[in-house]
Design a protein. Sequence first.
Length: 320
Amino acid sequence: MKFLLPASLLTLGLAIASLFTGASPVSFWTVVSGAGDERALMLLAESRIPRTIALILAGAGMAVAGTLMQMLARNRFVEPSTAGTVESASLGMLLVLFFAPDLPVMAKMLVSGAFALAGTFLFIAILERIPLRSALMVPLVGLMLGGVISAVTAFLAYRFDLLQTLGAWTSGDFSAVLRGRYEVLWLSLVLTIAAYVAADRFTLAGMGEDFAVSLGLKYRQVLLLGLFIVAMVTAAVVVTAGVVPFVGLIVPNLVAMALGDRLRRTLPLIAVTGALLVLLCDLIGRTVNAPFEIPAGSVLGVVGSLFFLFLLLRRRSHAA
């Protein structure tokens, strides 16, 4: 694929830059030559390498999750942060912090994933019961559902004095990622591979239930698998770094504009481009106000909002 190799090389370059960007200076040449001091090597091993891996896994996972949601909902404006999935995962995480703060990370992710799955099912159930006269109704429903869930989460956080904690891990901040605190994200890699294995089935499901069933596809099973992947990937990212918005909106739309919707062909590029986007936004956040950091989620929020507006205006111009 002509786009995959350049995107992979650019992602590799950004990953290397991420290792050597930060408030504490670490020289590439001293590390390569073996002359690096013990402190620099420890910083790389304990913080920079885990952070870079987390950025790559989170970006790839959220991009693939957004693609699956768009295929299953058959709407280009849908992704975990516009369908109530992220907000549901955040609610689950907040309840875990209140009722069982000492649970291991994997258990927290499972609880958060269960809430994300429930919220996504609720979103799909609402879509099946209301008339959708416009494609814009789908993300509108998702944003309204997410707003209600976010309001409940904020009220509970205020009631139990967890507002500061809530704000800290919903900002999409990777600065606190250390060795031993990001490994749950490897699950998102496994789920991304599972999505690629089932790519043809998701492509058929995206053509509609009646058409997919007429071709012998077990539509409900594929829908359940897709929503499970979306929920678990979202939960893994929320537990590790908080909310990472709009990756699943920007990347699938850009790739679809260039290559279409056949997932077997596009998923590898979607995953690589998602990693590239999150790495880039994290680097921007670390350099524009150095030595202070702007969370990657905040940078993605600005970029994603502008891209969402671009999609709306593009759709309107095509309709005209």
